[in-house]
Design a protein around this ligand. Structure first.
Ligand SMILES: NC(=O)c1ccc[n+]([C@@H]2O[C@H](COP(=O)([O-])OP(=O)(O)OC[C@H]3O[C@@H](n4cnc5c(N)ncnc54)[C@H](O)[C@@H]3O)[C@@H](O)[C@H]2O)c1
Ligand SMILES: O=C(O)C1=N[C@H](C(=O)O)CCC1
Length: 246
């Protein structure tokens, strides 16, 4: 049995993870943490892997505390930067432990990101629209940032230049934010859980790649896979695709 701790255990995702781990035949929940609970070598209660779905402002400090407590970590919380990745990579390597950070554990979203990067070199235009429930605290979504970065990298490697766009005035920011030059638009709407559309355009054609999570259970197979695959690794892994052989 894999001994699992959950941080952010009272939240929308954390509570769903507690149920999924409880239902998994090869795992057991041994520790639960939420706001105000201290993560120590004692309080992790022998956990081998911790799953963090907390909030962007605390996730990095949770990961450092879990590494100090001798636990490998699977992180779904968003809000990571290149600097926070670097600090965690260094800590995990020094401790000989593993951290897997993924902005999205839904199979559809992981594949949508992959398909977008595959398609990007063949289209002049690319934009990302992410759509989420109105209780989400961060924008753009971590998935949209990762998607845009993947598209930008694929375009650069293919030698593509600027996208066609004659916009001269945009006082309201209607053209969206830019992530590595790719326009990203965020929608917050009652009734949604998590959706993303990637629009790719050429003269006379458009490809739309869309992924929808209608329920938080959609993230659970990926989270459980992450827990199983993080064991035995060392250092920082970014993206579930990296442990799926994609
Ligand atoms: N990677 C994915 O597949 C995926 C899927 C859904 C959500 N998310 C991300 O997961 C995060 C959580 O989303 P949510 O909808 O569950 O949010 P939520 O607000 O429902 O839950 C966050 C929980 O973290 C707790 N918390 C606050 N401070 C804490 C601390 N110091 N230590 C431990 N817990 C603390 C809160 O009390 C709350 O219970 C967000 O960043 C969201 O974007 C990622
Ligand atoms: O509900 C959220 O919040 C989600 N956040 C992730 C993101 O920011 O990409 C993944 C989807 C759900």
């Amino acid at each position: 049995m894999i001994r699992v701790a959950v941080t952010g255990a009272k939240g929308r995702m954390g509570s769903t993870v507690v149920q999924a781990v409880t239902d998994a035949s090869d795992m057991e929940v041994v520790a639960l943490f939420d706001a105000g609970d201290e993560i120590t070598p004692q309080s992790v209660n022998g956990a081998q892997v911790a799953v963090d779905f907390s909030i962007p402002s605390v996730t990095e400090s949770n990961v450092h505390a879990l590494l100090d407590a001798g636990v490998d970590v699977v992180v779904g919380t968003t809000g990571w930067t290149e600097e926070s990745y670097a600090r965690v990579r260094e800590h995990a390597e020094a401790a000989g432990r593993a951290v897997l950070i993924a902005p999205n554990f839904a199979m559809g979203a992981v594949l949508a990101m992959k398909f977008a990067a595959m398609a990007a070199p063949y289209f002049e235009s690319a934009e990302v629209i992410e759509m989420h429930h109105p209780a989400k605290v961060d924008a753009p979504s971590g998935t949209a940032v990762a998607t845009a970065r993947g598209i930008a990298k694929a375009r650069a490697e293919a030698g593509l230049g600027e996208m066609p766009d004659a916009t001269e005035t945009d006082e309201l920011g209607s053209r969206g934010g830019r992530v590595d030059g790719i326009p990203v638009h965020a929608v917050r709407m009652r009734g949604l859980t998590a959706s993303e559309e990637i629009l790719l355009g050429n003269v006379g054609e458009q490809l739309v790649i869309r992924t929808d999570s209608f329920d938080r259970v959609s993230f659970m197979p990926g989270v459980l896979l992450g827990v199983r695959r993080v064991i035995g690794r060392t250092g920082l892994t970014i993206g579930l695709d990296q442990v799926m052989g994609l």
